[in-house]
Design a protein around this ligand. Structure first.
Ligand code: ADP
Ligand code: TRP
Length: 321
């Protein structure tokens, strides 16, 4: 089965991204054919500082390789290195009713947040459909906010196929209900836009400072504490096996320690958990040329995979003459 995913290079990765999407994707490389790319064309809808976008793209590549993206087993590339996607985007545009895009929640939400209502933001789902259809994605694992975009891709594919025959494979979205929503330091869903994140690769001092800000109930040190519903515990348990979870629960129940102690413990647990990934990241950071080589090889693999569909599209639309 071909799993397909796009990652916007939009800043520092946090532990919500890690447990919600990166870790499941990395794990699925063992069983499935994974296609993952850095969606830098999509990021142009919000990042207009060119130098920054270039940096963010390399940062995303470095982070994903460090976290276990395996370029041997999977296909990992930067969206703009396979320009066929822009060609398909245009071909699909004639099969995209305006009303379909006008109903897109993500577009309406972004405009409501003050992002300029321009054409690239509006046609964002058509480019995403081009990604998905060009690479014959079978399953697209998504968060709830992206379901509609996969449905739009299906609608467009159907219209195109109705006109030209069976060109596109129908993609399915998959929402993993088992994946927990990771709480932020204020207890709301962790998200860049809420400013409540704990980053994966933050500096040690900064991490500790952030973790100390986790909101907790004010209870005297000596008293027993509830672990259920405690933000510190709820984050810690993601990193702990059963035995260590029970041990931490016991510390809450027995009293004698304050939330400050649990926060120090959490900081240590997170720091240790990411140690091997941090070391790998430092390696890639010092060898950016190697990262570029990996991306170039990934793009070649991706272009090859895209060849079949784009040739058919050129032929049936009459663009190949
Ligand atoms: P953010 O909300 O910080 O902008 P993104 O929207 O870029 O994060 O999310 C990228 C991926 O990480 C998505 O697949 C999303 O479902 C997942 N993700 C983000 N935040 C969380 C969270 N708090 N818990 C679980 N998964 C999350
Ligand atoms: N829109 C996705 C997001 O913001 C990123 C993305 C672009 C994508 N193209 C894709 C995801 C194709 C899955 C498939 O998270």
């Amino acid at each position: 089965m071909r799993l397909f995913t796009g990652i916007q290079p939009s800043g520092d990765l946090h532990i919500g991204n890690y447990f919600g999407s990166i870790r499941p994707m990395i794990a699925s490389q063992n069983e499935h054919e994974v296609f993952a790319f850095i969606a830098n064309y999509h990021a142009m809808t919000t990042v207009t500082d060119g130098k920054r976008l270039a940096e963010l793209t390399m940062q995303a590549a470095t982070d994903f390789l460090a976290l276990g993206m395996d370029p041997e087993r999977s296909t990992f590339w930067v969206q703009s290195d396979v320009k066929e996607v822009l060609e398909l985007y245009w071909a699909l545009s004639s099969f995209t009713p305006m009303g379909l895009l006008e109903r897109a929640h993500s577009y309406k939400d972004k405009v409501a947040k003050g992002i300029a209502a321009n054409h690239s933001l509006f046609s964002y789902p058509v480019l995403m459909a081009a990604d998905i259809l060009l690479f014959e994605a079978e399953v697209v694992p998504v968060g709830k906010d992206q379901i509609q975009h996969v449905e739009i891709a299906r609608d467009i594919a159907l219209k195109f196929n109705n006109e030209y025959g069976d060109i596109f494979k129908m993609p399915e979205f998959r929402v993993d209900e088992n994946v927990a929503t990771v709480p932020g330091i204020d207890g709301q869903k962790m998200s860049k836009s809420y400013g409540n994140t704990i980053n994966i690769f933050g500096a040690e001092k900064q991490q500790l400072k952030t973790i100390k800000k986790i909101v907790t109930e004010p209870i005297p040190m000596e008293e027993p504490k509830e672990f259920e519903g405690c933000n510190v515990y709820n984050i810690a348990k993601l990193f702990l096996d059963e035995e260590k979870q029970v041990a931490l629960q016991q510390r809450y129940k027995s009293g004698g320690e304050g939330h400050g102690h649990f926060k120090l413990y959490l900081a240590e647990v997170i720091w240790e958990y990411y140690r091997p990934y941090r070391e790998k990241r430092e390696y890639y950071e010092a060898h950016q040329d190697e990262v570029r080589d990996i991306l170039a090889a990934g793009a070649a693999k991706a272009r090859e995979a895209a060849g079949n569909v784009i040739e058919k599209v050129r032929s049936v639309t009459g663009i190949a003459y």
